[in-house]
Write a protein that binds this ligand. Structure first.
Ligand code: UD1
Ligand code: CA
Length: 457
């Protein structure tokens, strides 16, 4: 396909009253990303010469949230219709011969569909249309007996006969730019809603002898808009179902494709298995044969091949080596880096720390700002006291160290290679290598001691 250069105008001035929210409609998220951001990202895939966003009253937050170097902004202070909205973008127009109009609240439109629409509009005007069993509320595509498009009529202006037409205008159009500028200047608002309808340009094109063609989306959900939280939730499920299908087709085993949420990018090797209720955010990489147990939340995480994650883990900005065994109930915070075959068990929190190969912390521990060598055993209840109330300090634990249960390491402190810390130790000075260090009150037994007793009245 040899298509002409294009510029994109995204209409995003709508208030979205039915969202019942202080957040402008186009900033509500699907898969953790603003509706309009989905549209912007798809539009970028077409390499547009210009990307113009039309934002509305109170839309400063839209502008600041979506700001990017390649976006130009046009304010539509009062919403006088879709034609008026596009007209606000005219001063920003580039020389691109084709202008693609998108809606900021129609987030799932695909680049493939848009390419087909642009192709249909290569020598004229192209409208993206679908046939709906119930077309109520939409603009209808009026054709002549030969099937040639004549015009679009809005629901509120339509005759009973026109209302029976099931082919509707999705609102997405590819328009020859030079004509568009002319047509916008000729729009009138003498219609049922007193608005400047962009849709009126279709009749103007027909009158000028410009070819008007239609194209259709690959899937109907691509052109669904968001006007309410109900529709937002519906589109979220469509989006997630599509991702789940893609993962299954690529060989990932999902316990239930209806119970996974990907809010970002999930990349994976072969034979990866994901149990129910997991949420993936940001960029997550799962190596070959990685298994994720139920109800885990992973954000910006890399997990190397063969590692198994048990239920109810929470990881953020962590790197996990191969063949590890993590969880259940493990928490990895930013800067956690685990080597090969590391075991992290229940209620263990690791922050900004490196843990060497084959080291284990299986129960109830806090590891913060530490560097831990290989084959280290961290006993239950071990706390690294990394914070003195003002500053964070580092702890170094060398290879083959054994740390007994209920130990506190008051940073900065170093535990030498092969050292053992006795249970209950509060380590405030470095522990030498190879030796047992213990800080513990001597155990005494007082014979003849009697437990106090209540006297019965
Ligand atoms: C419009 C179309 C209709 C089509 C329908 C598809 C017109 C006149 N009608 O209907 O044929 O079937 O979309 O959903 O074009 N917007 C602005 N400024 C405005 C008005 C709208 O930015 O002054 C934006 C909205 O935020 C929204 C989009 O344009 O993203 C469509 O507006 P909406 O009011 O939903 O569409 P309708 O006019 O009902
Ligand atoms: Ca609408």
């Amino acid at each position: 396909m040899s298509d002409q250069p294009v510029q994109v105008v995204i209409l995003a001035a709508g208030q979205g009253k039915r969202m019942h929210s202080n957040l402008p409609k186009v900033l509500h998220p699907i898969a953790g990303k603003a509706l309009a951001q989905h549209v912007i990202d798809t539009a970028r895939g077409l390499a547009p010469q210009k990307l113009i966003l039309v934002y509305g009253h109170g839309g400063e937050v839209v502008r600041s949230t979506l700001a990017a170097v390649d976006i130009s902004w046009a304010e539509q202070a009062r919403q006088l219709g879709t034609g008026h909205a596009v007209a606000q973008a005219v001063p920003q127009f580039s020389k691109a011969p084709c202008t693609l109009v998108l809606y900021g609240d129609v987030p799932l439109i695909s680049a493939a569909t848009l390419r087909r629409l642009l192709h249909a509009g290569r020598d004229g005007l192209a409208v993206l249309t679908v046939e709906l069993p119930d077309a109520t509320g939409y603009g209808r595509i009026v054709r002549d007996a030969a099937g040639k498009v004549l015009r679009i009529v809005e629901e509120k202006d339509a005759t009973a006969e026109e209302k029976s037409i099931r082919e509707i205008n999705t609102g997405i159009m590819a328009i020859p730019t030079a004509h568009l500028v002319d047509w916008l200047g000729r729009l009138k608002n003498d219609n049922a809603q007193g608005e400047y309808y962009l849709t009126d340009i279709v009749a103007l094109a027909v009158a000028a002898g410009i070819p008007v063609r239609t194209a259709h989306p690959e899937a109907a959900w691509e052109v669904l808009g968001v006007n309410s939280k109900v529709q937002l939730a519906e589109l979220e499920r469509v989006y997630q179902r599509n991702i789940a299908e893609r993962l299954l087709v690529a060989g990932v085993r999902l316990a239930d494709p209806a119970r996974i949420d990907v809010r970002g990018e999930l990349t994976h090797g072969r034979d990866v298995a994901i149990d129910v209720g997991c949420v993936f955010e940001g960029s997550v990489e799962l190596g070959d044969a990685v298994e994720i147990g139920p109800y885990c939340v992973l954000k910006d995480v890399k997990i190397a091949a063969g590692t198994r994650i048990a239920a109810f883990c929470h990881f953020e900005e962590a790197v996990i080596g191969p063949d590890g065994v993590i969880g259940p109930f493990a928490r990895l915070r930013p800067g956690a880096e685990l080597g090969p075959e590391v075991h992290i068990g229940n209620f263990v929190e690791v922050k900004k720390s490196k843990v060497g190969a084959q080291s284990k912390a299986n129960h109830l521990a806090y590891i913060g700002d530490a560097e831990i060598g290989q084959r280290v055993n961290i006993g239950a209840g071990t706390i690294i006291c990394n914070y003195d109330g003002a500053f964070k300090h580092k702890t170094l634990i060398e290879d083959d160290v054994f740390i007994g249960s209920d130990t506190q390491l008051v940073a900065p402190v170093t535990v030498g290679r092969g050292a053992t810390l006795g249970a209950g130790t509060t380590l405030t000075k470095d522990a030498p290598p190879g030796a047992l260090t213990v800080s513990r009150a001597k155990q005494v037994t007082l014979t003849g001691w009697v437990r106090p007793q209540k006297v019965k009245k």
